[in-house]
Design a protein around this ligand. Structure first.
Ligand SMILES: Cc1cc2nc3c(=O)[nH]c(=O)nc-3n(C[C@H](O)[C@H](O)[C@H](O)COP(=O)(O)OP(=O)(O)OC[C@H]3O[C@@H](n4cnc5c(N)ncnc54)[C@H](O)[C@@H]3O)c2cc1C
Length: 290
């Protein structure tokens, strides 16, 4: 049987999702599946050209993997829990499925978001809104003829490896078998709550479920954390809430995306010492950043 050696370069942080407890528990297989083979930002897999590969997740990582498998002539299927591709970049107003909020714009430039050999529209230093990111990923699925390989609405609930074969079972009880398994589950879709003792009775919302700021109208809000989501959500909510306080454990580095019309992709321009003084795209008039 002829064998094709495929070097699969995984463009997203393979180490994170392959090794994290979150990734394993999201499959419901934390105890009996060993993902250690997949740890690393790049790894190689030898698979038979006649054997199918199962890819779990059709976000940017799953689509990138699918594209490489397609080009190498290797049989594969992508199993995706949701009814569409795009992962993070598929906005869902109901608050489920992805952590994308309505105003989300990528904080890395198109140059850094696009896959090799396929440019995004516009200028490379621009930042793509979430719908443009989704359109871009959909266009890769179509141009690379990946769509026939997709199984949407197929949430992997369990994975077992025996006699060289992976058996995946969906949450509806269907089973599929593959010679190799690639997990591209993402790390941002599931909220991680801080354990906060006390008897706070107000509304609590994780940024993964945040969509629009209206519900915070005339309320006093504390935003915990000042990563990208924290700073953007705080800035947006500040236009509606009575007050917004940002609680952050350590001083953060922050930078603007644009300064005086220049896009500052890849540059670290300033450090905020002790207090948060960042700005972002929309500027202070939209209450941006912090
Ligand atoms: C708000 C926000 C903003 C971001 N902005 C940027 C940015 O500007 N630049 C940047 O580089 N990165 C950004 N990221 C990180 C972003 O997650 C990555 O850019 C990228 O989209 C991750 O792609 P992925 O395919 O690894 O994961 P995801 O996009 O999360 O896709 C994972 C897919 O796996 C599916 N899945 C999960 N579990 C199962 C299961 N059990 N069975 C079947 N399917 C399953 C999910 O439904 C999903 O479609 C951002 C993340 C968030 C949350």
């Amino acid at each position: 049987m002829p064998t094709t050696a495929a070097l699969l370069r995984v463009v997203q942080s393979g180490r994170d999702w392959a090794s994290s407890r979150d990734a394993r528990s999201s499959l419901g297989v934390g105890h009996h599946v060993d993902f250690s083979w997949a740890i690393g930002e790049c790894w190689s897999v030898s698979v038979s050209s006649e054997g199918a590969v199962g890819v779990v997740g059709a976000g940017g990582s799953g689509i990138a993997v699918g594209r490489e498998l397609q080009r190498a002539g290797i049989e594969f299927e992508i199993l995706e829990a949701r009814e569409g591709v795009g992962g993070t970049w598929r906005y869902d107003p109901s608050g489920d499925g992805s952590a994308c909020y309505e105003s989300l714009v990528a904080n890395t430039s198109k140059l850094r978001m696009q896959m090799s050999g396929r440019k995004m529209g516009g200028r490379p230093w621009q930042y793509a809104p979430h719908d443009e990111m989704l359109t871009y990923l959909e266009s890769i699925v179509d141009s690379e003829d990946i769509r026939p390989r997709l199984r949407l609405g197929w949430r992997v609930a369990a994975a077992n490896h025996a006699d060289g074969v992976w058996t995946l079972r969906s949450d509806r009880g269907e089973e599929r078998r593959y010679h190799a398994l690639i997990c591209a589950l993402g790390v941002n879709g599931r909220p991680r709550w801080a354990p906060l003792p006390g008897d706070f009775v107000g509304d609590q919302l994780h940024s993964a479920s945040y969509r629009t700021p209206e519900r915070f109208k005339d309320r006093d809000v504390v935003v915990i954390g000042l990563g990208t989501s924290g700073s953007e959500v705080a800035g947006e909510v500040a236009n509606h809430a009575r007050s917004v306080v940002v609680a952050v454990r350590t001083p953060m580095w922050t930078m603007t995306r644009r300064l005086a019309g220049f896009h500052l992709t890849g540059l670290i321009t300033r450090r905020s010492r002790g207090s948060c003084r960042g700005v972002c795209d929309a500027g202070p008039s939209r209450g941006c950043a912090c």
